[in-house]
Ligand binder design. Structure first.
Ligand code: DX5
Ligand code: ZN
Length: 211
């Protein structure tokens, strides 16, 4: 199981948080980006990220909660991310956005909100490298895990195996040592406050990996 740590909610300032994460075996930094339109909050302009991201030594897994995906892709491509994930619910030309991100040689993720059905993302599954299943409503760290998403994760795994697709299944929101037990079918746990609101980051990550 891979671990992608969201730095959205932390006991420490951003630079301290990144330095602490550099000293763990976390696989990715999960960077939540919010535009204040797709979700009410605004989080990290590219200029802010440019300042602190130099402290990060992990591969970047960017989660865009924004309406104007292309604008943010143009900016955040400069951070050399491994993945850029955007939301299926942006109501744009999804096929075109997939090609746009690939044209930067960046892997593509599509995220779905807790109550969006797998049926709606199905046609794009052959073409992407990550499906980010939201297990809370996007917009805030520290919310409670929504268990109704479990069958969707199972279904995504079945579709992947039946068709030999390449995407990794990531789950985002409300992950802790208890909810992680429900997520055997996932490939990546995207976890924020469970790790960063604690002093002992590696210890928290170890507990997730045990499940
Ligand atoms: C929610 C974000 C999540 C969140 C995870 O909008 O996409 O990545 O910060 O934080 P926890 O693990 O605290 O739910
Ligand atoms: Zn996220």
């Amino acid at each position: 199981m891979k671990i992608s740590v969201s730095i959205t909610k932390s006991k420490y300032n951003i630079v301290e948080t990144l330095n602490k994460l550099n000293n763990t075996d976390a696989d990715f930094i999960h960077l939540d980006v919010m535009d204040g339109i797709f979700v009410p909050d605004k989080l990290y302009s590219y200029y802010e990220v440019e300042e602190f991201i130099t402290y990060n030594k992990k591969p970047l897994d960017i989660h865009l909660m924004v309406v104007d995906v292309k604008k943010y892709v143009d900016e955040f491509a400069n951070t050399n991310p491994e993945y850029i994930t955007f939301h299926l619910e942006v109501n744009a030309n999804i096929g075109e956005l997939i090609k746009y991100i690939h044209s930067y040689n960046i892997k593509v993720g599509i995220s779905i909100k807790p109550y969006t059905k797998i049926e709606e993302i199905k046609e794009f599954l052959p073409d992407i490298e990550q499906v980010l299943v939201m297990s809370v409503e996007p917009g805030l760290g520290g919310q409670k895990f929504i268990e109704e998403v479990i069958p969707k994760i199972k279904l995504l795994k079945e579709i992947k195996e039946q068709n030999n697709y390449d995407y990794l299944i990531s789950v985002d929101g409300g992950i802790n040592e208890e909810t992680a037990k429900l997520l055997d079918d996932a490939d990546i746990l995207s976890v924020g406050s469970y790790v960063c609101m604690n002093d002992y980051y590696q210890n928290q990550i170890n507990k997730l990996r045990l499940e």
